[in-house]
Design a protein around this ligand. Structure first.
Ligand code: NDP
Length: 310
């Protein structure tokens, strides 16, 4: 059993930024990376929109640098997956986290930065071409398809927003919606239908992503008529939702109907004293590395103030 002032769960931009701030505040944070050290950014190629990198940086390198920065100030980073937590409802209480190897961590404060996972269709051809033209983040990767034809799957607000974002960069966007209507808000739907270079295909799904090393096209089908068709594209964006990684907090922390952690007002405070949430795990709206880092900073400041007041 280890006892720490601050336990940080998750190693994306939120977790490492929280670690930098917590370490500099002498909280000697212990950070557990989770199953995917570095988080979602390790699955992207170039990050061009994080301030301070005028020439861009690739996602995995950026995460290594963030980790180094956190360690420089005394963060202990451990690779490991916490599978269970037992939070105390008392102010000043001890929060417990349990690891698969039998280790137990007791912490005075906990910062949750477990992120969210993009949903994919699950087609073998889609999985094979992830990083080769298949992406789940238009804002991250859209720029690489400047002037080219791309497709996007989904009918929610994310898909609608990303389709209009891509339409500004790409020559044509084919939007594939599996039902005969979109789930997106009416305002977002109007934006899509009023954008001339977005072609909407209702009742359409993907059979196969075509391409060996990189995406060259799609075989799609109409799920009402069965009619198949091939379209030529170079980029495929999947926008069918994200799943926040909050399974282990169910029954202890307040969540919205989609499982995102609820934080209080402008703070990172959860409903449990001494437990804070930052990054995508509490944000289904912005989901950017820089916003995640911002809330990571906030969580460390909130934790520091909480501990100081005990
Ligand atoms: P949603 O869950 O709202 O939408 C997912 C979309 O993907 C639906 O159209 C769904 O279709 C479709 N879909 C799901 N699985 C598949 C599949 N296997 N094949 C094809 N299509 C599929 O997710 P979003 O990420 O769009 O939004 C999440 C939340 O964030 C929402 O509450 C949204 O309102 C909010 N949001 C708000 C924004 C804003 O206000 N600016 C911007 C972005 C998100 P179907 O309808 O058939 O189930």
């Amino acid at each position: 059993m280890d006892k720490v002032k601050t336990l940080i769960i998750g190693s994306g931009p939120a977790g490492f930024t929280a670690a930098i701030y917590a370490a500099r505040a002498d909280l000697n944070p212990l950070l557990y990376t989770g199953m995917e050290p570095g988080g979602q950014l390790t699955t992207t190629t170039e990050v061009d929109n994080f301030p301070g990198y005028p020439d861009g940086i690739d996602g995995p390198t950026m995460m290594v640098e963030l980790q180094k920065q956190a360690e420089r100030f005394g963060t202990e980073v451990r690779i490991g997956h916490i599978y269970k937590v037992a939070f105390s409802n008392e102010v000043g209480g001890t929060h417990k986290a349990f690891l698969e190897d039998g280790k137990e961590i007791h912490a005075n404060s906990v910062i949750i930065s477990t992120g969210a996972t993009a949903k994919y269709l699950g087609l073998p051809s889609e999985q094979r071409l992830r990083g080769g033209g298949v992406s789940a983040c238009a804002v991250c990767d859209g720029f690489f398809y400047k002037g080219q034809e791309v497709a996007i799957v989904g009918g929610g607000d994310t898909a609608a927003e990303e389709a209009t974002y891509l339409a500004n960069i790409c020559s044509k966007v084919t939007m594939l919606v599996r039902k005969d209507q979109m789930r997106a808000s009416k305002a977002m739907q109007h934006r899509v239908t009023n954008t001339p270079n977005i072609e909407l295909k209702y009742n359409h799904e993907i059979d196969e992503v075509i391409g060996d090393q990189v995406v060259e096209g799609l075989r799609i089908f109409n799920n009402q008529t069965g009619e198949k068709q091939e379209i030529k594209i170079t980029g495929l964006f999947i926008a069918i939702g994200h799943k926040p990684n909050t399974e282990i907090f169910k029954g202890q922390l307040e969540m919205d109907e989609d499982g995102y952690l609820i934080t209080k007002g402008k703070s990172t405070k959860t409903n449990i004293p001494g437990v804070f949430a930052s990054g995508d795990v509490q944000d289904k709206e912005y989901r950017q590395a820089v916003t995640a880092a911002g809330t990571g900073c906030m969580a460390a400041l909130d934790a520091e103030r909480y501990l100081q007041a005990l």
